[in-house]
Design a protein around this ligand. Structure first.
Ligand SMILES: Cc1ncc(COP(=O)(O)O)c(C=O)c1O
Length: 469
């Protein structure tokens, strides 16, 4: 295989030996797609004298595999936030309702002093040591008790530590779906569900989240779940409630009852794994906290998972403390699940942040610390609830269309053209996140005093979208 010479140069002695059919040793291209850049070297026999022939080297466009070569880099929400901050720095009055972290009214991050104390109490050498692969037993016990206290569900649960709820979602996708299969979630959903699915070579399918009355669309859920179990031979559902991101919706008692029935029926057709994403649950209304009793009705025949996270409930977004909890009545199955999840920990991040695990475990398990954390969280919940009330008051008066909203970091307002609505709002200095069919408003980062301006901009933005469509 000879190539036409493009340039003739003198070369030093070759690195590889062996005669070639025409006086040259031809090295195979280093990559199969790199035929044009093969390098020819003189064979030993004529190395000293022979001119070396090279072809023009075509640079490799990328070393990434094709599926990674065109990934979007920055999360679009972070890009919007960056623009809001830039304009605010330049002196403009800006309402930035994009980012999902709870902010004080003065714009600083809301934190819990008891949590910071707990971090400072962890012995430094202990914090510096590796955490067990699956997480410290004290932490895992504390998380399970946080969900199910000491009852039968707690006895039927196993858990592994994960870096935030995100890690829990990852492990669920890796272990309860085959490559190529799809998880099922609501039509409005947190974008990283898609990222995690794509990263793990799985997919996302959705069902219409709301029915004509604006309630959780139980019939659409059942239809999609049954179809998926039949098609895939198994199903994994992600349900983010209470305080769904991005809509703010929390299922009520009758919706949970209906969902549990759907899951029970579908699980007769094949293995159904039902994951409750509790990322924002602590900020939900009292009525929304009754989800646990419905778990009791779903476990057996279904497997119930909970993605637990300290990011919002302990205002510790950066510590990356979370867990995946699996509840099943059969001990052997629990053991298989615990082993599989621990294996996934080893195969991804190995061990979690030990400092975070130890500190959060003590905050849950030690009554005095827990009481202090609960009272500090109550202040944060009240701060958010004031914004939620202001939003409900103003948005109802402005006749905005949005789902039932009783608490939580976000709410979404429906619009026929989210990009137009968000652009119109940005022109007025108000930043929200455009979704398909709605814009997401992060009340967690919007002081109550800014809500009237936010709602006025929303009403104007929705009107602009209506006029265009
Ligand atoms: C719906 C939802 N689930 C899970 C998470 C996971 O958060 P973390 O990994 O910080 O615990 C988030 C974070 O924003 C979220 O919005």
């Amino acid at each position: 295989m000879r190539r036409a010479p493009a340039r003739i140069e003198r070369f030093p002695a070759p690195e590889t030996d062996g005669p070639c059919d025409a006086g040259y040793l031809v090295r195979p291209p280093r990559r199969p797609d790199a035929a044009a850049s093969g390098v020819e070297r003189p064979c030993t026999a004529c190395a000293a004298e022979a001119p070396r022939v090279t072809t023009t080297v075509t640079p490799f466009p990328t070393n990434l595999i094709p599926s990674s070569a065109s990934r979007a880099g920055d999360d679009p929400i972070f890009a919007l936030n960056a623009e809001a901050q830039r304009r605010a720095k330049a002196g403009e009055s800006i309402v930035n309702a994009t980012l999902g972290a709870l902010m004080e009214d003065d714009g600083t991050l809301a934190v819990m002093p008891s949590v910071i104390d707990a971090f400072q109490r962890v012995p430094l050498k202990k914090a510096a040591s590796y955490a067990p692969i699956a997480g410290d037993v004290e932490f895992l016990r504390a998380v399970i008790a946080d969900l199910y206290e000491q009852g039968p569900l707690a006895e039927q649960s196993v858990a592994v530590a994960t870096p935030g709820g995100t890690g829990a979602l990852h492990h669920a996708v890796m272990n309860f779906l085959e490559p190529g299969q799809a998880l099922l979630t609501t039509s409005f959903f947190w974008g990283p569900y898609q990222t995690i699915a794509q990263e793990t070579r799985r997919a996302v399918e959705t069902f219409e989240m709301f029915d004509a009355k604006g309630r959780f669309h139980v019939a659409a859920f059942e239809e999609a779940l049954v179809r998926l179990v039949k098609k895939q031979g198994r199903a994994l559902v992600f349900l983010n409630s209470p305080c769904h991101n991005p809509t703010g919706y929390s299922l009520d008692e009758s919706e949970w009852t209906a969902v549990a029935e759907v899951v029970r029926r579908a699980a007769e057709l094949g293995p159904v794994t039902f994951l409750i994403d509790l990322a924002y649950a602590r900020f939900g209304s009292r009525a929304s906290q009754g989800w646990a009793k419905h778990v009791a009705r779903m476990v057996d025949p279904a497997l119930v998972l909970v993605a637990w996270s300290a990011s919002k409930s302990f205002a510790q977004y950066g510590s990356r403390v979370g867990a995946l909890v699996a509840t099943h009545p059969d001990r052997a199955e629990r053991e298989r699940i615990a082993n599989a999840l621990a294996f996934s920990c080893r195969g991804t991040w190995s061990n979690c942040n030990h400092l975070g695990l130890l500190a959060i475990a003590s905050l849950i398990a030690e009554p005095a610390q827990r009481a202090k954390a609960d009272s500090e969280r109550a202040r944060l919940i009240a701060l958010l609830d004031e914004r939620v009330s202001a939003f409900n008051r103003e948005a109802t008066a402005a006749k905005l269309a949005y789902p039932r909203y009783e608490g939580g970091f976000f709410v979404s307002v429906f619009t026929p053209d989210a990009e137009t609505t968000a652009r119109s709002m940005r022109d007025d200095g108000v930043f929200v996140v455009p979704l398909k069919g709605a814009v997401r408003i992060a009340l967690c980062s919007t002081p109550a005093r800014d809500v009237p301006r936010l709602v006025a901009a929303l009403a104007k933005g929705v009107a602009a979208a209506r006029a265009k469509s």
